[in-house]
Write a protein that binds this ligand. Sequence first.
Ligand SMILES: [Zn+2]
Ligand SMILES: [Zn+2]
Length: 113
Amino acid sequence: MSIKEEIKTKKVKVTKRYCDICSKTACKSDYRGSVCVICKRDVCCDHAYYEEIVGDCYDTYCTQCWEIGEGFRELMDKIEKSSDEKIENLRKIWEKKCLKNREEWEKKNQKIE
Ligand SMILES: [Zn+2]
Ligand SMILES: [Zn+2]
């Protein structure tokens, strides 16, 4: 009896998500979350900012939303214990700004293409 070795290669379909900001780099979707919690764009490692919430829990922000939120976060830190409502309002304004930024950014990008 002769034994033949046969190597079989399985075809595996791989879906890759690409960064919505630079559109070149693939997102590491297995690495925490790679979707911005505010504008919902997919982001690569270069365009993601991970904020530790508790322990090993992270929130992902795109770099644009994170930058927009800089001043907001400072304010939120200051009023942290005094009023949840104020923080929520600031968060809402921050998110609104981010969504507007995304819209404008997308318009700008379309023109270049
Ligand atoms: Zn990117
Ligand atoms: Zn974002």
